[in-house]
Design a protein around this ligand. Structure first.
Ligand code: LLP
Length: 428
């Protein structure tokens, strides 16, 4: 299931470290899984492109007939750039956001995209911008949750969507503005356990079934994303057949309540891409701190990737399996803290627990020059990488099943980093 060590070593020589490497076959397998989950009539899958917006991946989605959920004007433009169809009939690119920022409204207007509004005032903002088409409303159904509290997607503490009890008020505002509400949407979880996802989606379908008689123009309902990828037990993944059954059942419930055909959508992000990318980094040093009155000492493997590359461990305490190429854990392990090059003590990949403190990982003793790999880095990996410390984003490589490799984005240079800087005067 993992790319060969020899290939990763060769790539490290060619493109330098750190770098991201995508296994094209694995992405296609995950796309096939989602196609199987949505094979019943009336089901449609989107890709929540925020998880991994590379053109190469967006093209794979297009080729497979997967539609797009975009969250910014530029995400929508990237989808257009990758060949996804514009327009709202069918709404191949849906624009889901809580705020119209920068070019978002212009892009919606120019490309006639279906706006999926997450905040009541967006109705007036659309009207003021001259928008005339249909809309979708994202609701906060009051339940559901993410893999950590900061990823809460449903409930009183979530910023997303329009609170379910305010939905009818939003509908009346849409009516007054002349907008048909053609879709109802909710995204209730990025990472609950699979049984909880089943329970939440069943409940959500019931809520939509209760609402739909009041929405005669609705032609589609979106159940959102949130199909979990198992980061800790990589050989135990979601059962595709049971989700296929569940989505078909959800649609039946909704269609029955509506008394007409309704398209039911899902829009996973992580599931498509999480396992298909590995972040490869090199060990530059192995050093110690020693016990004192403040605590125990630790062994630090100092690597050249940091949270500018993969932020999930630093941000959420997320777990990614770490392997050292050529070192077999069966030969013995010791607790190792894996830390990066940034000028931040939080730049550590081995975090976890409620305290999000250092959680040294049992690893073989690394040596300077070893290649270390962080697995399952495809979702919200490169997508959330940054230019903090002016480091420049690492390159992305794509591997085809025949072993051929393609550089899909190069390492960012100082010129890239300086590009937006100007000395343009602002007329006041
Ligand atoms: N649809 C909407 C409206 C969303 O907000 C999201 C994720 C998805 C779909 C896709 O959810 P997924 O299938 O990937 O769970 N950065 C975090 C996850 C934040 C998810 C935000 N919204 C992480 O690295 O885990």
């Amino acid at each position: 299931m993992s790319l060969a060590d020899s290939l990763l070593r060769q790539l490290a020589e060619r493109v330098g470290t750190p770098f991201w490497v995508y296994d094209g076959a694995l992405i296609r397998q995950r796309i096939a899984d989602i196609k199987a989950m949505t094979a019943a009539p009336g089901l449609q899958a989107r890709f929540a492109m925020k998880a991994c917006p590379a053109t190469k991946i967006l093209r794979e989605m297009r080729a497979a007939g997967i539609w797009i959920d975009a969250v910014s004007g530029n995400e929508a433009l990237r989808a257009v750039h990758a060949g996804h169809a514009v327009g709202n009939n069918p709404p191949v690119i849906c624009f889901t956001a809580d705020v119209f920022r920068d070019n978002a409204l212009d892009v919606v207007l120019k490309h006639n995209l279906l706006p999926n509004i997450g905040s009541p005032a967006m109705i007036a903002q659309l009207a003021a911008g001259g928008y005339k088409g249909p809309i979708s409303i994202r609701i906060n159904p009051g339940f559901g949750h993410g893999h950590v509290n900061t990823c809460d997607t449903g409930g009183p503490s979530s910023k997303h969507g329009i609170w379910h009890q305010d939905l009818l008020a939003a509908k009346f505002a849409a009516d007054r503005a002349g907008f048909d509400v053609v879709m109802l949407h909710a995204h209730i979880g990025s990472g609950p356990k699979i049984q909880e996802l089943h329970d939440n989606l069943t409940r959500l379908a019931g809520e939509f079934a209760a609402l739909i008689p009041q929405f005669p123009q609705v032609t589609a309902v979106s159940l959102g994303g949130g199909i979990p990828h198992n980061y800790r037990e990589r050989d135990k993944q979601t059962d595709v057949a049971s989700l296929a059954k569940l989505f078909a059942h959800c649609r039946e419930v909704i269609v029955k309540a509506a008394g007409r055909l309704i398209r039911v959508e899902i829009e996973p992000g992580s599931y498509y891409v999480a396992p298909a990318c590995t972040l490869v980094t090199r060990v530059h040093d192995v050093k110690q701190t020693r016990a004192n009155a403040k605590g125990a000492g630790a062994t630090f493997a100092m690597v050249d990737a940091g949270f500018v590359d993969l932020v999930r461990p630093a941000m959420y305490g997320s777990y990614h399996q770490i392997d050292i190429l050529g070192k077999d854990p069966a030969q013995g392990t010791e607790p190792i803290v894996v830390a990066g090059p940034l000028c931040e003590s939080g730049d550590v990949f081995t975090r976890g627990g409620a305290d999000e403190e250092l959680h040294p990982r049992q690893l073989p003793r690394p040596e300077i020059g070893d290649l270390m790999v962080l697995r399952d880095a495809g979702a919200y990996g490169y997508a959330m990488s940054s230019n903090y410390n002016s480091i420049g984003r690492a390159p992305q490589v794509w591997i085809e099943p025949d072993g051929s490799a393609e550089l899909i984005s190069r390492r960012e240079s100082i010129e890239d980093i300086l590009k937006p800087e100007t000395s343009a005067p602002i007329a006041l």
